[in-house]
Design a protein around this ligand. Structure first.
Ligand code: SF4
Ligand code: SF4
Length: 65
């Protein structure tokens, strides 16, 4: 079952998730943090690294389209 990370609100743009991701699937652009879903392997390292606790690992089919 494929999983992906999603970023919630109240991101403080600390960059921890970007640094934690082993494949460069998270990026911050103009203060907005986003995950490239097609690259993300759902490993959860960004979730553990986020001090704000706003990253969640979800099943891809549970994502709203
Ligand atoms: S779950 Fe893993 S692969 Fe996906 S964005 Fe987070 S650290 Fe990167
Ligand atoms: S680790 Fe959390 S608070 Fe920091 S940039 Fe990533 S999503 Fe935002």
């Amino acid at each position: 079952m494929k999983k992906t990370a999603i970023v919630g609100s109240n991101c403080v743009s600390c960059g921890n998730c970007v640094n934690a991701c082993p494949i460069g699937a998270v990026y911050i652009h103009k203060g907005i943090t986003a995950v490239v879903t097609d690259k993300c392997i759902g490993c959860g390292k960004c979730e553990k690294a986020c001090p704000a606790g706003i990253i969640e690992i979800v099943k891809r089919e549970d994502m709203a389209i």
